[in-house]
Ligand binder design. Structure first.
Ligand code: F6R
Length: 262
């Protein structure tokens, strides 16, 4: 794993965006894996700035969201379909027909999950997967004890996740109990993974993911088996990393052309 500790949230976003741009370089129809939540918003803003500056074009790109709540229609303001439209599709000027979110309203959820997996394969697989991390170590909505080989499926949200996400539901609507999420096995097939985390609330999860034993109790720890995973964090989220100085040293000694900040 590449672990990069940044002195500011802006640096987290800029270096993450650089990793993503590198991962899709030369791809005519790149395939992005996109997350919702707060963590990736500044990455999307950075990518949007590059698009506005004419440095990046995602009009032929495909995108697949990690997850969706069960029972919220796509036009519900807190659905991830609506969130992805507002934070990814529109600012990144993507073709809406190429942006996919799991269907949490499908009559046959099992078939819809299977179709979602097949759509990812049909697009050529995910080139660059953007991830946040839950304070309990979830990625996507793969809560503790999720199978490392899991595929897109319905899950029950952990109570701590529902409490954490209540902040998005300001209109008195309770956070749904169930979700559809790409599995850990699905996520692990992305060719490049970029996980970002900010704030001390994520410090324990980041330490367990990067340095802990690989354990289903901390689902993000499966990323230790990925060949090309970058974990990009601010100082607060790095607060419990035992080898923080080593990661800083590694970064400082990296030849300039390998560093996102040049
Ligand atoms: C969102 C997702 C989740 C979030 C995680 C962190 O699509 O899959 O894993 O990335 O809950 O959320 P934030 O960034 O809001 O702290």
């Amino acid at each position: 794993m590449e672990v990069i500790i940044c002195s500011s949230g802006e640096d987290v976003a800029r270096i993450a965006a650089e990793r993503i741009v590198d991962a899709i370089a030369g791809r005519d129809e790149p395939v992005l894996g996109v997350a919702t939540g707060s963590s990736p918003l500044t990455i999307y803003a950075d990518l949007a700035r590059r698009i506005d500056a004419g440095e990046l074009d995602l009009s032929r790109a495909h995108a697949f969201a990690l997850d969706e709540y069960v029972g919220l229609p796509a036009d519900h303001p807190q659905s991830y379909a609506a969130t992805i439209k507002a934070t990814v599709t529109e600012p990144l000027r993507m073709d809406p027909s190429r942006v996919h979110v799991p269907d949490g309203m499908a009559d046959d959820l099992i078939a819809a999950c299977e179709d979602y997996e097949q759509a990812i394969v049909a697009a050529g697989g995910i080139d660059a997967q953007i991830l946040g991390i839950g304070a309990n170590g979830h990625i996507g909505f793969n809560e503790p004890t999720s199978s490392f080989t899991s595929r897109t499926r319905m899950k029950t949200l952990a109570e701590t996740t529902r409490v954490a996400n209540q902040r998005f539901f300001t209109n008195g609507v309770p956070v749904p109990v169930h979700c559809v999420t790409q599995g850990l096995g699905t996520i692990m097939e992305a060719r490049t993974i970029v996980l970002v985390a900010m704030g001390e609330g994520k410090a324990e999860a980041v330490a367990q993911a990067v340095e802990g034993p690989v354990s289903a109790m901390w689902p993000a720890s499966v990323l230790q088996f990925h060949r090309r995973a970058s974990v990009i964090v601010d100082e607060a989220a790095a607060g419990r990393l035992a080898l923080a100085d080593y990661y800083r040293d590694t970064w400082d000694r990296l030849p300039a052309h390998h560093r996102a900040d040049g």
